[in-house]
Every structure is written in C-alpha cells, then in structure tokens.
Design a protein around this ligand. Structure first.
Ligand SMILES: [Cu+2]
Length: 155
C-alpha cells in the first residue's frame, strides 16, 4: 500500500457551534492523529494537530481550516503538503497585512522547529480548501491529510 507513504497525520474535523460567539459556527476538534508508518519507520514525527475548526461554507466556495500544530519531538520537521477529498485543491496559506489590506498567499511548505507549536488561525497560517466539492454544514466532518517531510522520507 503505497498510499500509506503519503499519510502523515489525519485530522477528522467536526463542525460545531462556537461557545464564545453563538453567531459563529465552527468546525470543532474531533481529532484523530494517526501515525501509520510506525512498523515501517522508527522515526516518529511527534506532531499533533488539535483544536481544528472551520466555518460553514458553500459548495464550490473556499474554506479556511484552522488548528494548533504541536511538535512534541525535539527534532525539526516540515509540513510539506496537505490534501483532502473535500476540495479541488488544498493549499498551505499565510495571511499578512500589506498596508491596510489583509493578503494571503500560498506557501510551499512550513518549517517546524523541535518542540515548536504553531497556531494556524485567522490572520495567519491556515489550510485553504479551494473549490469545495461539498457544502460544509454544522456537524459535517471532513478529512485532511497532512504530509510532513519526516513522514515522506522515512516511508
Ligand atoms: Cu487562504
């Protein structure tokens, strides 16, 4: 099964209602971090994805997925890709202010230092779902595969 080669971590995202702002619905974390290559590879990434959420979105629209990425290992790694059946394309994005305007751009990868925690959130890094194949409603779940450099090279 070569497909396992590309599976680093899988997050199952579940939409719930934000407790703080009742007006905003979010995808709440119902996270399963699965490491599939333990038997084939002694290198464990130690990377955990938690607190995942996104907003409801329409089919053919775009969605941004937010989460906390934690590297529990002392070794550096790199997030090199993301994929999902839920969208035509899935990209790693970075938002930043350009003057008064918030701009976002795709980045090819994101380096992760040992023991580093990186918050993916509004106004910062996020995973972009481009061209949703399905509507995202409260209670829906989508699956996203995160690909890391260590996972890729030890397969
Ligand atoms: Cu974006």
């Amino acid at each position: 099964m070569d497909s396992a080669f590309f599976i680093g971590m899988i997050g199952f995202l579940k939409i719930g209602v934000d407790k703080d702002k009742q007006t905003m619905k979010r995808l709440l974390a119902a996270i399963l971090v699965a490491v599939f290559l333990l038997s084939a590879c002694s290198a464990v990434t130690g990377i955990e994805i938690s607190n995942t959420w996104t907003r409801p979105a329409l089919q053919d629209g775009n969605g941004a997925v937010y989460f906390l990425l934690q590297n529990h290992s002392a070794f550096g790694d790199e997030l090199t890709g993301v994929s999902s059946e839920a969208a035509q394309a899935v990209e790693i994005h970075e938002s930043r202010m350009e003057g008064d305007v918030m701009q976002m751009r795709q980045i090819p990868s994101l380096a992760i230092r040992g023991k580093e925690s990186i918050e993916f959130g509004p106004g910062g890094y996020h995973v972009m779902l481009v061209g949703l194949k399905q509507e995202l409603k409260a209670g829906d779940e989508i699956q996203i595969t995160f690909i890391s450099k260590i996972m890729r090279t030890c397969g």
